[in-house]
Write a protein that binds this ligand. Structure first.
Ligand code: SF4
Length: 192
């Protein structure tokens, strides 16, 4: 049978190949998906990546068993959400890997000036080094008055750039901390 390019992508490459070979794999693929989420708890949430705010459904297993930590097994677009109607862009479609990823760094690392390799350090060492760098940079770059003699009390040597998955609460603390240091180059995406 012939398939248009649009039909090929619509049914997915696996089932399209099956269709070309003369059988329809769509029921089997649909059943496999149903089995994957058969006993899950559905939690509706919002994709954190951009301000489109697409709705997602997070499927977890184990929520109702005693002494079991719930495990995310699947994330998909929410078909009832008025913004995205079940669709997700590639970033949103990779949300599962944002939640569970064996490549996630779990300890602080540092790359020394001139170095080519990242080095593991302890949290205590990271706090101490970050605090020392901030203090030194602020002492060296703090501007009390501008060239016209106006009091400005700003730190021009430090900038803070937040991530899209930072929560409103985290960003509230960031703004309080950075403003208290006089930092004016401050950016975040407070919407989660
Ligand atoms: S799925 Fe894509 S478009 Fe939708 S909120 Fe997430 S990043 Fe934005």
């Amino acid at each position: 049978m012939g398939l248009t390019r649009r039909e090929f992508f619509k049914v997915g490459t696996g089932s399209a190949a099956a269709l070309l070979l003369g059988f329809d794999a769509r029921p089997a693929l649909a059943q496999a998906r149903e089995l994957k989420i058969a006993r899950t708890t559905e939690t509706r949430s919002t994709c954190p990546y951009c301000s489109v705010s697409c709705g997602v459904i997070i499927h977890t297993l184990g929520d109702k068993a005693k002494n079991v930590t719930a495990q995310v097994v699947h994330v998909e677009g929410d078909p009832d959400h008025p913004i995205n109607r079940g669709t997700l862009c590639p970033k949103g479609a990779s949300l599962y890997q944002d939640i569970l990823n064996d490549r996630r760094l779990l300890k602080p690392q540092v790359r020394r000036p001139g170095g080519t390799k990242w080095e593991d350090i302890s949290w205590d060492q990271a706090y101490e080094e970050i605090a020392r760098h901030i203090k030194k940079t602020r002492d060296e770059t703090f501007v009390e008055q501008d060239k016209d003699g106006k009091t400005v009390n700003r730190c021009e040597g430090i900038a803070f750039n937040g991530g899209c998955t930072d929560t409103n609460e985290f960003n509230y603390l960031v703004v309080k901390t950075m403003r208290s240091l006089g930092v004016c180059y401050l950016e975040n995406q407070a919407r989660v």
